[in-house]
Design a protein around this ligand. Sequence first.
Ligand code: DX5
Ligand code: ZN
Length: 217
Amino acid sequence: MTKVSPSVLSADFACLGESCRRVLDAGADMIHFDVMDGHFVDNISFGLPVLESLKRVLPDAVYDVHLMITHPLAYCRQFAAAGADYITFHVETVDDIQATIDAIRAAGCGAGLCVKPGTPVETVFPWLDQLALVLVMGVEPGHGGQAFQENALDKLRALRAECARRGLSPYLSVDGGVKAATTGPQCVAAGANLLVAGSAVFCADDVSRAVRELREL
Ligand code: DX5
Ligand code: ZN
């Protein structure tokens, strides 16, 4: 079964704990937590205190933290302490990639690397054997609710082939524009086994059904 990580970027922040509880009860495997600094991307979302609060009310959830920030190395330890299980950062970062992976793993989390739509997926290959997760962006990072860019499918296929060739099995995740009726099945066919979905889950009339439909892909 495909794993699903609903992105809380599209949730109602006035009742974030309840919204997360609902998607977890519906079978969501993780909570995708999008951190934006207004610098790496042109938007600001939320950060450490929000993760700490969620961890307090939902201590058993798995937190899939996606850092869209210029300096992941400076913050990854704090996100680990706040409750992250997986910490994904961008290969386009200015920070030292190996040092950032090392810091994430030393803090007890799985490390993830993410590529934007314009970045070749091969850029993550040198670190593939150290990664718990590779995240392919289906949209330009920064905002929910954008249209899926098809080149993510070729990247997933290339990743799947490279992982098979090297006997590796990190999560192959895709984020942005993922919908159960259209792009979700394409992503799964291309090799994704962890679907991130924001608006498709939290803006759905029936949130629980939206999670179940994605998991059944
Ligand atoms: C975008 C974020 C995504 C976002 C996806 O920068 O990384 O996680 O929430 O939203 P949808 O699923 O609506 O495209
Ligand atoms: Zn994300």
